[in-house]
Design a binder for this molecule. Structure first.
Ligand code: ANZ
Length: 836
């Protein structure tokens, strides 16, 4: 990296702070010097600082600026700590909006996407981040999606990609299949808010369920607890048992009816069975007299979403279907019902109902007057089935259960029941997961083609590796048909079977874009490598990602898929690590008047206007000043005015430093004043570095503002201080600590103060406790608990003298105006509170 930066300032004239001039100038110099590129061959330790890449929607909004500024501040900090920081950026360029734009406006999806990328890239450059543009990846380019296809083939080879007919979430408005994760809690499409319903289609799936347990491990990673919890809930591991019951159909035939339960210890409490309305045995088990009622119920349930069906505050509904199960535990005949609260997609789609101990079953039993039988009894109170108002959950000891009576409610008891069930051959222990296999087929054009062909003779055949990429045809008609436009391109569809050479058809669905984003971080390590998806040695050098930053909304999709992908590649021998992202951080969101910003609401703040007016340095610092980086902030009209305050702060830093340059160096200064300068300097170093390292950029900035004010006051009180060595060091510290936040102004001032190399490769100042030691302490003075003044007093001053000093301080004396305080509370070294 050429970091020699030649001074070119005429010191005779005092330069004026004009962000527009210096920012573009430095951006150009940095780019030409390759200052932002992380070389592969570099002896410094590596630091891979990754941010979630943007979707090229066309405009870089304030949320992007916020996110990328925080990441850039941290990356710059790590570079100043001596790391070779790799901080790449690219574009997650496939996906629906491009195709919708194509349908609506007749512009080709590629053209729309690439012109958006060009615009966003140039907007991004105005931020002055250390983005390593030499590593840019764009997922819709064939040199990228060739490898996305290749990964599909690898997963297919390992049995991790398969095709199956499945009920899918169908959005009638987007005319496409959605992943479970793309359906919101109210059962609507996350993109267009239309109610999603189920439809059966042949689809490609990735077997993420095979990795469910591994995904719960989080080996050697430091992630927010909350995110891991969200993933754990999403994966939803439940330990229990599968128990096989026998049901007798109306035809007199016996059918196996397995159920999944997490409470096999309650089997003696079964009083009815419930099947999901879609359960395949419903037909066989419905007696003729119940047929009409059952059909009507099934029809009604079909229109409901899983979310509605699981809602706890919904009144229970259901129909008895006329058949029974014989319980092997009690020998009793138990009626079979159907109800929508049992879902087909979980467990076996059938449950044994234990109304005494399961709230849903309890409500169902009360509604339909079904018997309730307690098999646990509280240890400390009387309870009877008739008087119960809700299910008894996890309490007491076993009753009504033969030889198990008296056992406590715990895991050991559950295990004894499972042992018994296994011993009798009625069932076995089983673990169930909420997570479903990842449905990756999309009936869309703008995605990576699925590299598979269908042959009448040889069935499903993978496209041979050497034929990749299966190119997306450019000539395409965009129609909102709900089917992939690729279906209507014969030159694409018609191909030859790789096995028999006979005529065959290509798969016309494309891949979910989450597939593209499951490996982009690997591509950054060797973005132009042609021999594979990544160059193995460079993967060894750069991976895993040291710091990954992005929105918390990606907790259950992207972050889970990328982990699954990495684990699968690890198991295939391509990667030596199992977790891609060592540390994870979620930035907060910027709201506009407490609402989410969105184009459709027209409440988006455009950063470009602010950058033009105040400069990128001020916008960056301003955004970081809004609050702790993980909390985001609320943007209001008054907020916007505060940016002027940040601009003035930067101008004061500018004035302070340029004044010093102009200052006559002739004077001498008393060593006590130099000690004061150093004390302030080292206190600031400690505080600001701590804040920067813990992503508390807002308080880091307050620290720097106070520091700046302190220095200004010292220069006013004792102008000669500006000639001292301590002063120059203090200013250097100011610039170096501010550099990650506002990189241009600090670079300019660094040069103005005579430095010949870039400030951004300076090492961070080291805090010296001895120099920071106080012989003065600052007391906060309150009147009736309200802050009125801050007063510096010698650290060793006695209590009486402190009180006297405080009371005679002009502001305080004026506020009290002769009254006698009721009480004076003194916390040594910290605070005096005068109670009037
Ligand atoms: C009997 C029982 C008794 C149950 C009891 C609970 C409490 P999690 O923890 O979510 O895995 N269940 C099983 N399959 C279901 C389905 N397809 N739709 C709706 N409910 C289903 O929940 C497992 C429990 O949810 C299972 O244990 C079953 O009810 C129910 F006192 O069986 B349990």
């Amino acid at each position: 990296m050429d970091t020699q930066i030649k001074p070119e300032v005429n010191r005779a004239e005092k330069p004026v702070y004009r962000p527009a001039d210096i920012e573009s100038k430095w951006q150009k110099i940095w780019e030409e010097a390759g200052a932002n590129h992380a070389p592969d061959d570099d002896s410094r330790p590596k630091f891979y600082n990754l941010v979630m890449f943007p979707y090229p929607s066309g405009d870089l909004h304030i949320g992007h600026w916020y996110n990328y500024t925080g990441v850039d501040v941290f990356g710059r900090l790590m570079r100043m700590k001596g790391y070779n920081v790799m901080q790449p950026l690219g574009f997650d360029a496939f996906g629906l909006p491009a195709e919708n734009a194509a349908i609506k406006r007749g512009v080709h999806a590629r053209k729309w996407t690439l012109s958006n990328i060009a615009k966003m890239r140039s907007q991004l450059k105005t931020m002055g981040g250390i983005w390593d543009w030499q590593r840019e990846v764009i997922t819709c380019n064939p040199d990228y999606y060739k490898w996305t296809e290749w990964f599909f083939l690898k997963l297919y080879e390992k049995g991790l990609a398969y095709r199956a007919k499945a009920p899918v979430n169908w959005c009638p408005s987007c005319q496409t299949v959605l992943a479970n994760e793309q359906v919101l809690a109210d059962g609507t499409c996350e993109r267009c808010s239309t109610l999603v319903y189920k439809r059966d289609l042949e689809q490609w799936f990735f077997r993420i369920t095979a990795y469910a347990d591994r995904l719960l491990e989080y080996k050697d990673v430091s992630w927010p607890e909350k995110t891991m919890l969200m993933q754990r809930n999403w994966i939803g591991r439940s330990e229990g048992a599968r128990v096989n019951f026998k049901a007798t159909g109306w035809d007199g035939q016996e059918y196996d009816l397995p159920i999944f339960t997490t409470r096999p210890d309650t089997v003696y409490g079964i009083t009815f069975f419930v099947l999901a309305p879609e359960h395949p045995l419903v037909e066989k088990l419905t007696t003729p007299d119940k047929q009409t009622e059952v059909n009507a119920y099934i029809e009604k349930a079909r229109g409901e979403t899983d979310i509605e069906r699981q809602s706890t505050d919904r009144e229970k509904s259901g129909v008895f279907i006329g058949s029974y199960v014989i319980s092997p535990f009690t020998g009793e005949k138990v009626p079979i019902w159907i109800s929508d609260y049992v879902l087909m997609g979980y467990g076996t789609g059938a449950i044994m109902a234990v109304p005494a101990h399961d709230q849903r079953d309890f409500e169902f039993a009360r509604k339909f007057n079904l018997p309730i039988r307690l098999v646990y009894m509280p240890d400390d109170r009387e309870l009877s089935e008739d008087s119960m108002s809700e299910a008894l959950v996890h309490e007491g000891h076993v009753v009504n259960s033969g030889s198990f009576n008296g056992l406590p409610d715990n895991q050991e008891t559950v295990k004894q029941f499972i042992d018994h069930i296994e011993h009798e051959g009625w069932g076995k222990a089983e673990v169930n997961y909420r997570v479903r296999d990842w449905l990756i087929s999309r009936q869309r054009y703008w995605g990576a083609p699925i590299p598979m062909v269908y042959c009448d003779t040889d069935g499903i055949q993978p496209v041979p590796e050497e034929q990749l990429p299966v190119l997306l045809p450019e000539e395409v008609e965009f129609k909102p048909t709900g089917e992939s436009p690729l279906k209507y391109i014969p030159e694409f569809v018609n191909t030859t079977c790789p096995k028999c050479g006979g005529p065959a058809r290509r798969e016309t669905d494309t891949m979910d874009t989450f597939m593209c984003s499951s490996w982009y971080f690997l591509r950054y390590c060797s973005p132009i490598f042609e021999g594979g998806a990544f160059e193995p040695n460079l993967i060894k050098k750069w991976m895993p990602v040291d710091q990954y930053t992005g929105g918390a909304e990606h907790a259950t999709m992207h972050l889970l898929y990328a982990r699954f992908f990495t684990m699968a590649l690890h198991d295939m021998g391509y990667l030596s690590f199992e977790e891609p992202f060592t540390r994870l951080f979620h930035q907060g969101t910027i709201l506009r008047d407490s609402k989410k910003m969105s184009k459709s609401k027209g409440n988006v703040v455009a950063p470009d206007v602010l950058v033009n007016q105040y400069g990128a340095d001020a916008v960056r610092a301003f955004l970081m000043f809004l609050g702790p980086f993980d909390k985001g902030g609320n943007w209001t009209d008054t907020t916007e005015m505060q940016i002027g305050g940040i601009y003035r702060f930067l101008s004061r830093v500018w004035a302070l430093v340029t004044d010093t340059v102009a200052f006559d160096k002739g004077g001498s200064v008393d060593s006590k004043i130099e000690a004061d300068v150093r004390r302030l300097q080292h206190k600031t170093i400690r505080r600001v570095l701590q804040d920067l390292e813990s992503w508390q950029f807002n308080t880091a900035l307050s620290g720097l503002m106070e520091y700046n004010n302190g220095l200004i006051k010292m220069a006013q009180d004792t102008p000669a201080v500006q000639a001292s060595a301590a002063w120059r060091e203090a200013l250097n510290t100011m610039l170096v600590l501010l550099a990650p936040l506002s990189p241009h102004i600090t670079e300019e001032l660094w040069q103005i103060t005579g430095h010949e190399t870039s400030i951004h490769i300076e090492t961070l100042p080291i805090y010296d406790a001895a120099l920071a030691a106080d012989d003065l302490v600052t007391l906060v003075v309150q009147i009736n608990g309200k802050l009125r003044e801050r007063i510096d007093i010698p650290a060793d001053m006695g209590e009486d003298e402190v009180k006297e000093t405080v009371l005679s301080a002009p502001k305080i004396a004026a506020a009290i105006s002769g009254a006698t305080p009721k009480k004076i509370i003194y916390v040594p070294g910290k605070l005096v509170n005068i109670v009037l």
